[in-house]
Design a protein around this ligand. Structure first.
Ligand code: CUA
Length: 312
């Protein structure tokens, strides 16, 4: 029956996923059995005792044994499912001792991850395979919810407090996470990639941020960043208006700022706008952009500038 499970549920990316799926399939089959156990007799009785002119309705009586049976058996099943559920929940909500702790900050509309050595990343969570990971999560603005379907973990993120969960990834490769709590216009774009790496690759990424950037020309690397770091949520590249100014044709342009001043868009202005977005806000836009200070590597800033320059 594994084909059915894999048709209904995503890839099993963690130890915890196996527990969740087992219970899911048990409830699924229980529901199938209960469906037929109720519907087949119901349809039969409806037909057997249908209205026929002149037929005498049989005398109604109690059957105590039968009534106790159909009350007590479902009760026991429900109580059993409750304890099974609690047992699974404990595995998700209480840590197994030694874990790598990663801080998650959600904000409209991106994910920021902070690793034990201070490395930070946006919309890309790297974890080593077969090691327990502990996520400590908070929000800078509204309710969000961190959901990694492949790991079967999902929890609300609440401003002003921390929520947490644990998982042990078991499948090397790229997985997806999403925001599962409606948080405004950019909610559906609020995604992060979850990279489960071998220990060696993970250590390398922690030290250098990876060498992916060397494989792309700067404009192309910038376009990848535009898509991955959440820029695309607010900045279009075709000239249409969004939450922030479109990047098309912006390089070299004189932009009117809030408060009357103006600025020529050059490399320095672009850099400043990424790192201190509130310093010079373009007239007609809200100062809603979060800072990317410490979140973008030099090669990523260079790539973004090159990409914006190329959009003439
Ligand atoms: Cu964040 Cu929906």
């Amino acid at each position: 029956m594994d084909w059915l499970r894999s048709a209904l549920l995503p890839l099993q990316g963690s130890e915890f996923a196996k527990e969740i799926d087992l219970m899911y399939m048990a409830i699924f089959w229980l529901s199938v059995v209960m469906f037929f156990a109720l519907m087949v007799p119901m349809v039969w009785f409806s037909w057997r005792y249908r209205y026929v002119p002149g037929r005498v309705t049989p005398h109604q009586t109690h059957n105590t044994a039968l009534e106790v049976f159909w009350s007590v058996v479902p009760l026991l099943i429900c109580v059993g499912l409750f304890f099974w559920g609690i047992w699974g929940y404990m595995h998700f909500a209480v840590g197994p001792g030694e874990s790598m702790e990663i801080q998650v900050t959600a904000k409209k509309w991106l994910w920021q991850f902070e690793f034990p050595d201070g490395t930070r990343a946006v919309n890309e969570l790297h974890v080593p395979v077969n090691k327990s990971v502990h996520l400590v999560m908070t929000s800078e603005d509204v309710l969000h919810d961190f959901f990694i379907p492949d790991m079967r973990v999902k929890r609300d993120i609440v401003p002003g407090r921390y929520t947490e969960f644990w998982f042990t990834p078991t499948v090397v490769g790229e997985h997806t996470s999403t925001c599962a709590e409606y948080c405004g216009k950019g909610h559906s774009d609020m995604r992060a990639k979850v990279f489960v790496d071998t220990q060696e690759k993970f250590d390398d990424w922690m030290a250098t941020g990876g060498d992916e950037w060397m494989k792309h020309p700067p404009e192309e690397w910038g376009k990848i960043q535009w898509d991955q770091k959440g820029c695309a949520t607010c900045h279009t590249i075709d000239g249409s208006k969004s939450k922030g100014p479109s990047w098309k044709g912006i390089f070299g342009k004189a932009e009117k700022l809030k408060g009357g001043a103006s600025v020529t868009v050059d490399e320095n202005y672009l850099r400043e706008s990424m790192l201190q977005p509130q310093a010079k806000v373009v007239d007609g836009f809200e100062p809603i952009m979060p800072t990317f200070q410490g979140l973008l590597r030099e090669n990523e800033i260079r790539g973004l500038v090159a990409f914006i320059k190329s959009l003439q």
